[in-house]
Design a protein. Structure first.
Length: 251
């Protein structure tokens, strides 16, 4: 039985009701719009082995998830090269260029993504992409997915005072969208990202794209979903719409 199976379906169904009327949704990019972690893992594994990291032994997925996934490049560089930050940042630049080489051909959207983006567009909601990825990566992924026109803003962690897990990128997203945290929520797939959204004062719907469920739950998401086809998500959105209609009628 998974964590999501154990979660109270009644709780998840009403988890977003307090946001009515909904104004905005903020999306992470890597692992949230597309399942890009396998491509990042491959790039790190190949390039680290090439330079003899870890005695030349390839890193495994557990190492990647615990120490790299969802983290900002500055932090990854410091972790991998603690005594030579400059070398670490040069490695990260090379890794991102390597990632972009094959990402355009291999990126796939998370299941149900376009069903959700249509729902968002049909309701005229504000939307932003908020990511720790470098801008070149973010724009490539968003473009490859055909979502360049969908997003009203793209917020980059390194262009804020602090990247995720700090709340700054999500707070900047709200500011740019002119949206209220009381009427907005976040989609995220990493511990770092969930913590950032929660710290920004918004409910976070966590995606179980790659990261372990028990780690995601420790970051305190509103609830977890498998992907955008998950019935728990649509039940929650249905209740949110009902609440929005009730508040509109009351007004």
């Amino acid at each position: 039985m998974t964590v999501s199976d154990r979660a109270d379906p009644v709780d998840s169904k009403f988890a977003l009701v307090k946001l009515a009327p909904l104004e905005a949704i903020l999306f992470d990019v890597d692992g949230t719009l597309c399942d890009s972690d396998p491509l990042h893992y491959y790039a790190f594994r190949e390039l680290l082995q090439e330079i003899g990291f870890n005695g030349g032994a390839p890193i495994d997925e557990e190492f990647f998830v615990q120490n790299i996934a969802g983290k900002h490049n500055d932090d990854i560089a410091r972790f991998l090269f603690p005594s030579d930050f400059e070398r670490g940042m040069k490695f990260m630049e090379d890794k991102e260029a390597y990632f972009r080489k094959f990402a355009k051909e291999q990126l796939k959207p998370v299941n149900g993504l376009y069903k959700l983006t249509k729902w968002v567009e049909d309701r005229g909601l504000k939307r932003a992409a908020v990511t720790n990825a470098p801008r070149a990566n973010a724009e490539l992924m968003i473009s490859t997915l055909g979502l360049t026109e969908f997003f009203h803003a793209v917020i980059i962690g390194s262009e804020c005072e602090h990247a995720k897990p700090h709340p700054d990128p999500y707070l900047k997203g709200l500011e740019v969208l002119k949206a209220s945290k009381e009427h907005s929520f976040v989609f995220e797939d990493s511990v770092s990202g969930i913590k950032a959204g929660v710290a920004a004062g918004m409910p976070v719907v966590g995606l179980m794209t790659r990261n372990p469920e028990h780690l995601l739950m420790e970051a305190k998401p509103a609830f977890l979903i498998k992907d955008y086809e998950d019935p728990k998500l649509w039940a929650a959105l249905e209740e949110l719409e009902k609440a929005s209609g009730s508040k509109t009628n009351a007004a």
